[in-house]
Design a protein around this ligand. Structure first.
Ligand SMILES: Nc1nc2c(ncn2[C@@H]2O[C@H](COP(=O)(O)OP(=O)(O)OP(=O)(O)O)[C@@H](O)[C@H]2O)c(=O)[nH]1
Ligand SMILES: [Mg+2]
Length: 226
């Protein structure tokens, strides 16, 4: 690519992000007016976003009105998994795009017609890079990292771990079988996001899931109480 083409691409990206910011601000106002806590889950494909959401709505679904927007390139599989638990879910198909943006979320919300919600979970498209810069009007981003992916990920993909207020290590039940240095990951994430929350979970054994659900409940209370 020539320098001129480079500059044009950068300019197009800048404008797209600027337009996204405006749309995200509108969404944030809409969520604030509704008193809905919004959580944007981001990770590589297969690190356990939907499985953690299944465990979450099993625990919280009886006491809180939860809804889930699922972002994927293809299929309704993840939305079907959530709906199977009696929780409303809507699939957003991105048509190939590697992330959700605020426009897709706004359209998805209107199509979903969830009604009043206490918590809206947005599962982003499986990707550790592209969703990082796209504000979806969420209260906070969550980065998930499964122990099977390797402990180098916060070093190689620092942006998402610094943007995410919460990092959730998943599949901790596999730790005995894998060379994953949990302390090194905790330290690195703490450097990238000072004051952030670091949780270790296994949806398989249930370890850490109560702490995760407790965090959601606490954040909802904080949002409602101003
Ligand atoms: N051992 C173990 N496996 C898990 C755990 N959580 C999820 N898995 C498995 O990991 C695989 C992927 O899980 P998903 O929840 O579908 O991952 P995802 O991040 O939603 O994947 P995409 O939506 O494709 O990005 C499935 O086979 C799950 O059963 C866990 O805590 N422990
Ligand atoms: Mg999924």
């Amino acid at each position: 690519m020539s320098c001129e083409t480079d500059a044009r691409v950068v300019e197009v990206q800048r404008r797209a992000l600027e337009a996204n910011e405006e749309q995200a601000a509108r969404l944030r106002n809409r969520f604030a007016a509704a008193g809905t806590l919004v959580v944007n889950l981001i990770s590589s494909p297969g690190s356990g976003k939907t499985t953690l959401l299944e465990a979450t709505v099993r625990r919280l679904g009886a006491s809180l009105r939860c809804g889930v927007l699922e972002g994927d390139v293809a299929t309704e599989r993840d939305a079907d998994r959530i709906r199977a638990l009696g929780v409303p879910a809507h699939q957003i198909l991105t048509g190939g795009a590697c992330h959700l943006d605020a426009r897709l979320v706004e359209r998805g919300l209107d199509e979903a017609a969830f009604g009043e919600l206490d918590v809206l979970f947005i599962e982003n498209v499986g990707n550790l890079i592209c969703p990082t810069n796209y504000d979806l009007g969420e209260d906070f981003k969550v980065a998930l990292l499964s122990v099977a992916e390797g402990d180098d990920k916060p070093f190689k993909y620092p942006a998402i771990f610094s943007r995410a207020e919460v990092t959730v290590v998943t599949k901790a039940d596999l730790l005995p079988h894998l060379p994953f240095d949990l302390d090194a990951v905790r330290e690195r994430v703490g450097t990238l996001r000072p004051g952030g929350t670091f949780l270790v979970t296994s949806a398989t054994t249930g370890d850490g899931v109560d702490a995760w659900c407790g965090l959601i409940e606490a954040r909802l209370r904080a949002k409602r109480n101003g």
